[in-house]
Write a new protein. Structure first.
Length: 424
C-alpha cells in the first residue's frame, strides 16, 4: 500500500510538471506571427466553408461523417489573437460573428474581412493541438495538412504491423487491423478532430511492444499516466478511453507469460494502470482549469464542473443509457457484434474439445481480463450519457476497444489450440 501511495505521489508531481510544460509549449507557439499563417488560414477557411457542416467522406455512410465544425474551431482558435496574450494561451480565444458557428465565423473574418466579431473563450480544454497546428499553418492549408495526416497515419499503421510481423506476436496483427478498419481510416485521416486519440493510442501501442521485455510495472504505470496526460492535452473529448483500453489490452496480450501464477498481480496491474491513466487524464485536464482561473480571472473551474454535470446526463436526464448505447451502436451498424460472435464461437469450441486438448488455466485468466477491459466503452457511455448521445457520430469509436479486445481474446484462444494440438 505504501509503495502504491508513493507511486501516486510521484505521478501527481509528474502531472504538475507536465501542466507547466504544456503552458510553456503553448506560450512558445504564440511567438509565431499571424502574418505567417494568414494566406493558408484564408485558403483553409474557404475549403472548410465549401465542405460545409455535416459533410461525409462517403455520402450517407455514418462512419465517414467528418467534424468540420470542430476542425473549423481548431483553426479559428489557432489564428485568433487579442491584445491579451495570456488569455489567448489559456482560454482558447476564438472569434464569433453574429452567433454563427466557429467555421463560418472563421470564414467571415479571414475571407470576407468582417471585423464585426466578438471574442469568445473555450477555456476548459487545453487546445494543445495548437503546438502543432500553428506551425503547420505557416506552410500548409487545411487540405495539405489532411494529406500529411493521412500519410503519417498509414506510416504508423504499416510500421506497427511490420514490427509485429517479425516476432511471435504477429498473431495480433489481425486484432489490430480489425480495430483499425473498424475505426474507419478514411474519416480518421479526413478530420483533425478525430486524429489526436489515434496518434496517442498508436504511440502507446508502439512503446509497449518495443519495450515489452524491459518495461517494469512502474514503467508501465508512468506510460499510462503520460498517455492520459497527452489525451487531456490534445483531445476534445472525442473517444479518449481508447488511449487507455487498447494499450491495456495489448499490455495483457504481450505479457501473457508474466501472469502464469499470480492472478491477483494481473488484476492489480489492470487497476493500477487504469488509475494511472485516470490520474494523468483528470489531473492534467483539471490543472488547466486551475491555471486558467488563477491567471485570467475567469471562473473556468465553475464552467468545467457545469459542463461535466450537464454532459454526464445525470442532472438533466435528457437521454437514457439505452439511448446512448443504441445511437453509438447504430452508427457502426452493429459491426461490433461480429468479433463478439467470433469470440463466442472460440469459447464454444474450447468447451467442446477441452477433453482432448488441455488448455492452460492462465490463458482463461488472461482472456477474462482482456474481455473485462473490452467492456470499458460501456463504462464510459454510462458516465457520459448526454455527451456520448449527442456526439455519437464520433464517440462510437470507443467501441474500437471492444473490437480489439474480443478479437485479441479470439486469436489467443486459437493460437493456444494450435500449440496444444501440435504438442498433443
Amino acid at each position: 500500500m505504501r509503495e502504491t501511495l508513493n507511486l501516486w505521489i510521484k505521478e501527481a508531481c509528474i502531472v504538475c510538471l507536465c501542466a507547466i510544460m504544456g503552458v510553456a509549449a503553448l506560450a512558445v507557439t504564440y511567438f509565431i506571427s499571424n502574418d505567417c499563417m494568414r494566406e493558408h488560414v484564408w485558403e483553409s477557411a474557404i475549403i472548410l466553408h465549401n465542405e460545409g457542416l455535416g459533410a461525409y467522406f462517403w455520402q450517407d455512410v455514418e462512419e465517414t461523417k467528418l467534424d468540420i465544425y470542430t476542425d473549423g474551431l481548431m483553426i479559428n482558435v489557432s489564428y485568433t489573437e487579442t491584445k491579451d496574450g495570456v488569455r489567448d494561451i489559456l482560454l482558447g480565444t476564438h472569434v464569433e460573428v453574429d452567433g454563427r458557428n466557429p467555421m463560418d465565423s472563421l470564414y467571415e473574418m479571414a475571407v470576407l474581412a468582417n471585423d464585426d466579431y466578438t471574442v469568445k473563450n473555450y477555456g476548459r480544454y487545453w487546445h494543445g493541438y495548437q503546438v502543432l497546428l500553428r506551425p503547420l499553418l505557416c506552410f500548409f492549408n487545411y487540405s495539405d495538412i489532411l494529406q500529411i495526416n493521412m500519410i503519417l497515419q498509414l506510416l504508423l499503421v504499416f510500421g506497427f504491423v511490420a514490427l509485429l510481423a517479425g516476432t511471435e506476436e504477429r498473431v495480433y496483427i489481425v486484432p489490430f487491423l480489425g480495430m483499425y478498419v473498424f475505426l474507419c481510416p478514411v474519416s480518421l485521416a479526413g478530420s483533425l478532430q478525430y486524429s489526436s486519440c489515434f496518434y496517442i493510442m498508436m504511440s502507446a501501442l508502439t512503446v509497449l511492444f518495443i519495450w515489452r521485455e524491459r518495461l517494469t510495472d512502474t514503467g508501465r504505470n508512468i506510460l499510462f499516466l503520460l498517455t492520459g496526460v497527452l489525451t487531456a492535452y490534445f483531445d476534445f473529448l472525442t473517444y479518449p478511453f481508447i488511449t487507455l483500453g487498447a494499450p491495456l489490452i495489448a499490455c495483457l496480450a504481450f505479457d501473457l507469460r508474466r501472469w502464469p501464477a499470480n492472478r491477483k498481480h494481473m488484476w492489480k496491474n489492470i487497476l493500477l494502470y487504469t488509475v494511472s491513466w485516470g490520474i494523468g487524464y483528470v489531473g492534467m485536464w483539471s490543472s488547466k482549469w486551475v491555471i486558467a482561473s488563477v491567471f485570467t480571472g475567469e471562473n473556468i473551474i465553475y464552467d468545467a464542473f457545469g459542463a461535466i454535470a450537464y454532459r454526464s446526463g445525470y442532472f438533466t436526464e435528457k437521454h437514457s443509457y439505452y439511448d446512448t448505447l443504441k445511437l453509438n451502436l447504430s452508427v457502426c451498424n452493429g459491426k461490433v457484434i461480429l468479433p463478439v460472435f467470433i469470440c463466442v464461437s472460440v469459447c464454444i469450441a474450447a468447451f467442446r474439445i477441452k477433453r482432448h486438448i488441455r488448455i492452460e488455466r492462465r490463458l482463461f485468466t488472461a482472456l477474462g481480463a482482456i474481455l473485462f477491459v473490452s467492456l470499458y466503452p460501456f463504462f464510459w457511455y454510462l458516465f457520459t450519457k448526454d455527451h456520448s448521445c449527442c456526439h455519437s457520430y464520433f464517440t462510437w469509436r470507443e467501441l474500437g476497444i471492444s473490437v480489439f479486445g474480443v478479437l485479441t481474446a479470439g486469436v489467443m484462444g486459437i493460437r493456444a489450440f494450435g500449440e496444444k494440438g501440435e504438442n498433443g
